[in-house]
Design a protein around this ligand. Structure first.
Ligand SMILES: Cc1cc2nc3c(=O)[nH]c(=O)nc-3n(C[C@H](O)[C@H](O)[C@H](O)COP(=O)(O)O)c2cc1C
Length: 209
């Protein structure tokens, strides 16, 4: 995050779309709230609102508590729709196949896909926590195109080497690794081979297995 103007360094966009896993977007905002000086911008799609309610029993208005600014997905005039509004990066978590396809093809008819497109054209990190399974060839080709454009494809596939004991621990590990991609390094979960983390194979110390 060095070498950028202060305003850009502070702004992170979190978008929640209608794939399963709304909790990832929520937790990212919660974790970002613990980082001093980060300006959190949030957007949720209509389908994201459905999954947030279905999975977390929360309305979209809950985002008001977690973000500095919440933008309507239909507001193509929001600051984050323009490359002149400098941002550090964006996480779409979870990212539906529909939104992934919109970004991959440049059909930016809502704010989430437009803001993501802005990240790509401005060469800012764009993390897409694409969630669908199984994937057909069309999905895979969409993801390959996104990777070619510079997006970071980050399916929220959990690791188990830190022996998670709860859903919260699984979610935190994925969120921590997503934030790593933006250069925001939090110790929200044990890290392999680090003091206080998970001992590397053959290593010493750390969390006991
Ligand atoms: C409960 C629920 C779960 C869904 N899970 C997924 C999913 O995991 N991945 C996905 O790509 N779409 C999923 N969908 C479908 C998307 O919500 C749908 O394609 C929607 O049009 C996506 O719009 P958005 O990208 O604007 O949010 C789910 C829908 C519902 C209602």
């Amino acid at each position: 995050m060095t070498g950028q103007p202060d305003a850009a360094r502070r702004r992170v966009v979190v978008a929640i779309t209608g794939a399963s896993g709304a909790i990832f977007g929520l937790r990212l905002l919660e974790l970002l709230k613990t980082v001093p000086g980060i300006e959190r911008h949030a957007v949720i799609s209509k389908a994201g609102g459905l999954t947030l309610q279905a999975e977390c029993s929360l309305p979209p208005s809950h985002l008001d508590r977690l973000a500095d600014q919440v933008h309507a997905n239909g507001n193509l005039g929001a600051p984050i729709a323009s490359g002149s509004f400098r941002c550090h990066g964006m996480l779409v978590a979870p990212c539906s196949i529909k939104t992934a396809a919109s970004i991959a093809t440049g059909v930016t008819s809502d704010l989430i896909s437009r803001a993501a497109d802005v990240m790509l054209k401005e060469r800012c990190p764009l993390v897409l926590a694409v969630r669908e399974t199984p994937l057909h060839l069309g999905h895979l080709e969409t993801l390959a195109q996104l990777a070619r454009l510079g997006a970071i494809i980050f399916p929220p596939v959990p690791g188990f080497y830190h022996r998670p004991e709860s859903l919260a621990e699984l979610v935190d590990q994925s969120c921590m690794r997503m934030l790593d991609q933006l250069g925001i390094h939090l110790d929200a979960a044990p890290r392999w081979g680090e003091a206080g983390g998970v001992p590397a194979i053959g290593g010493t110390g750390g969390r006991q297995a």
